[in-house]
Write a protein that binds this ligand. Structure first.
Ligand code: SAH
Length: 263
């Protein structure tokens, strides 16, 4: 049995969107002390693997099934090793962690989750854009268009689009024409609604394309973006060109709140 100084458990770690410095301090420490690391090789930067201690075992989960991933992690923990399951972005968003957690619960294996920076927030940072502006939008929806994974009827894009607000779409860039027509069908967004697409946010080869619902599909094609991109839709995006229509109450001199009297 390989006894480790760490308590044997599985830690789901959000690696962040790509830039290896965008992992949390806690996530990095877990990585540095792990005996076994199973990482999503298709999306997680291999630069994270340089942080591992000598002798740590690594497995790319890209070609593996759920059972194969569990067959690596569970015996390792039972042998006293600490395991990190490294997911891209935040593990709670399209991370498929619940199906792993279910088995760990059944098997009585200790585990915890360390969050990460999800792609939507990395994309907003790259754009240098706030996603919530007073009287423009106070709502951010994280969603996707239906692909091979079905989407519940009430969450079809056309229905989400009827809410308006700021919409961040994952896993949808390959269906841009359908995305645009379904968003327009919602009846709130128009051909003039601004859209930004950020591909590989925070990576060295990041690309950003901005336009409107009327022209974004063509711009994305022209830019050659076909995968690993986040689509942000909504009027908040026009603030960088047109200014902020209403300033926040939080920093309004005439507004009293728990930490400041009005001036
Ligand atoms: N758990 C991840 C999402 C995994 S699903 C997270 O929280 O970010 C994979 C999708 O995430 C991709 O299809 C793409 O839409 C988005 N994505 C992941 N990393 C990205 C990045 N660096 N830039 C833009 N989109 C990204």
């Amino acid at each position: 049995m390989n006894q480790s100084a760490n308590s044997p458990e599985i830690i789901f770690v959000g690696a962040g969107p790509g830039d290896p410095e965008l992992i949390t301090v806690k996530g990095l420490k877990a990585l540095q002390s792990a005996d076994v690391v199973v990482y999503a090789g298709s999306l997680v930067s291999t630069a994270h693997l340089a942080e591992l201690k000598p002798g740590a075992q690594t497995y790319d989960s890209a070609p593996l099934t759920l059972d194969e991933v569990l067959a690596i992690m569970i015996p390792a923990v039972r042998a006293g090793q600490s395991v990190v399951r490294l997911h891209t972005g935040d593990p709670a968003i399209y991370g498929a962690i619940q199906e792993q957690i279910e088995v760990l619960e059944q098997e009585g294996i200790p585990y915890r989750v360390i969050p990460g920076v999800t792609a939507a927030f990395a994309a907003a940072a790259s754009l240098r854009q706030e996603l919530t502006l007073p009287e423009v939008s106070q709502t951010v929806i994280l969603s996707r268009r239906e692909g091979r994974t079905p989407v519940p009827e009430n969450e079809k894009l056309e229905k989400l689009a009827a809410i308006g607000g700021t919409l961040c779409l994952y896993l949808s860039i390959g269906m841009m024409a359908e995305v645009v027509s379904e968003l327009l069908a919602g009846g709130v967004y128009t051909g003039q609604t601004p859209v930004a697409v950020v591909s590989k946010a925070s990576w060295a080869d990041e690309q950003m394309v901005e336009g409107t619902l009327a022209d974004i599909a063509e711009k994305v094609t022209m830019a050659g973006i076909s995968r690993q991109a986040l689509i942000i839709v909504g009027e908040v995006l026009s603030a960088r060109q047109n200014g902020v229509p209403v300033k926040s109450k939080l920093y309004d001199a005439g507004f009293t709140h728990g930490y400041r009297e009005k001036k």
